[in-house]
Design a protein around this ligand. Structure first.
Ligand SMILES: Cc1ncc(COP(=O)(O)O)c(C=O)c1O
Length: 364
């Protein structure tokens, strides 16, 4: 029995190695994971408190529309609650968008080196991914505009971009949106939004007021530290949300996730702490990269894509053997780069020590 044509030969998502796997494979006890852009500080302690009372509720389905979280988040973001849609991770919203808007043969425009799910969900729907190369690691919005045809339905802008960590500015995004034709929806994936401190970073919600063709994606998996619970959200015009809601599964966001997200939004001190520590961690790493003459992309999220000058898989393997899991750039389109998540101070120190030992061994 063959699967449908669009699924045949689709590459499988290759997740990084887990802590447990590396411990087993290399016989190590002490392993750190800086591979999946998770929050090294965990989540707010308020989340733990909020989840304590939920044990007696497991037999009940969650409320599909997440009304309590919707209200809380709408207030926090200062948006109309009808502008929100929740997903089992923002991954699920990426899928819902493709399912809602792509017919067979429709085109969706994306950067060549960006979050891989945009391409996968496009292909699953029988759509055609149209890729526009990054320019020095940054989305080429002019190029993306030029790639739009009558068949284009979606454009994906990942901001900060994963894996490069670069951003497009408010001005550039706003100018781009003004020129995108009305038959196209622009998805602005802001999974790392809360980490960004650069004042040029777009206030995309304010752009939504004038431009009904934007869907903003955010997540609780990154700075809020709730990746295990799987919850993300989209912000869009109520008419767009209403279409997406037709495709959303009825109970897609579980009770634990909804409760946890409410508590997470309330704890702004935790978010502030993580953002500050992240900036310190970026400086800690980039100072060393500068000292060693390694180039890297400007990091606006909680990860850095750095060029080691050596085969990425070899560097990755060396780091693994020494108990540090990062992401090889090979499968991300950068054969000599590694993508490292910014960890706690001592984790960053350990990573830098091992990387330095590798470079030293190579005579650099
Ligand atoms: C750019 C980007 N978008 C979306 C996601 C998916 O996040 P989640 O499904 O955990 O919300 C990720 C995860 O790494 C990401 O990097």
């Amino acid at each position: 029995m063959q699967p449908k044509v669009s699924v045949r030969g689709l590459p499988l998502y290759k997740p990084g190695k887990s802590l447990e796997e590396v411990k087993r494979e290399f016989g190590l006890e002490d392993v750190i994971k800086l591979a999946s852009n998770e929050n090294p500080f965990g989540c707010s302690p308020k989340v733990w408190e909020a989840l304590e009372g939920i044990k007696g509720e497991f037999q009940y389905y969650p409320e599909g529309a997440a009304p309590e979280l919707r209200e809380k988040l709408a207030e926090h973001l200062e948006v109309d609650p009808r502008r929100l849609i929740f997903g089992n991770g923002s991954d699920e919203i990426v899928q819902i968008i493709a399912r809602t808007y792509l017919d067979r043969g429709d085109e969706s425009v994306m950067a060549d080196l960006t979050f891989p799910r945009y391409e996968t969900v496009t292909r699953i729907e029988g759509g055609v991914p149209v890729v526009v190369p990054l320019k020095e690691g940054v989305h080429d919005l002019e190029g993306m505009l030029a790639a739009i045809t009558d068949k284009t339905r979606l454009v994906w802008v990942c901001n900060p971009n994963n894996p490069t960590g670069t951003i497009v500015s408010h001005e550039a995004l706003s100018d781009f949106l003004d020129r995108v034709p009305p038959h196209v929806l622009v998805v602005v994936d802001e999974a790392y939004h809360e980490y960004v401190t650069d004042s040029a970073y777009p206030d995309t919600i304010s752009l939504l007021d004038y431009n009904p063709q934007i869907i903003i994606l955010r997540t609780f998996s990154k700075i809020y530290g709730l990746a295990a619970l799987r919850i993300g959200y989209g912000i869009a015009h109520p008419d767009v949300v209403a279409e997406l809601e037709r495709v959303r599964e009825p109970f897609n966001v579980n009770r634990l996730a909804q409760k946890a997200a409410i508590a997470a939004v309330e704890d702004e001190t935790f978010v502030f702490y993580c953002r500050t520590q992240n900036r310190i961690g970026i400086s800690q790493m980039t100072e060393k990269f500068d000292e060693w003459g390694l180039s890297y992309f400007p990091a606006h999220g909680n990860f850095i894509l750095v060029d080691t000058g050596h085969p990425a898989d070899e560097v990755d393997e060396y780091l693994l053997r020494h108990g540090v899991i990062v992401r090889s750039g090979l499968h991300l389109g950068f054969p000599t780069h590694i993508r490292v998540t910014v960890g706690k101070k001592e984790q960053n120190e350990r990573f830098l020590e091992v990387l330095h030992a590798y470079l030293h061994k190579k005579g650099k």
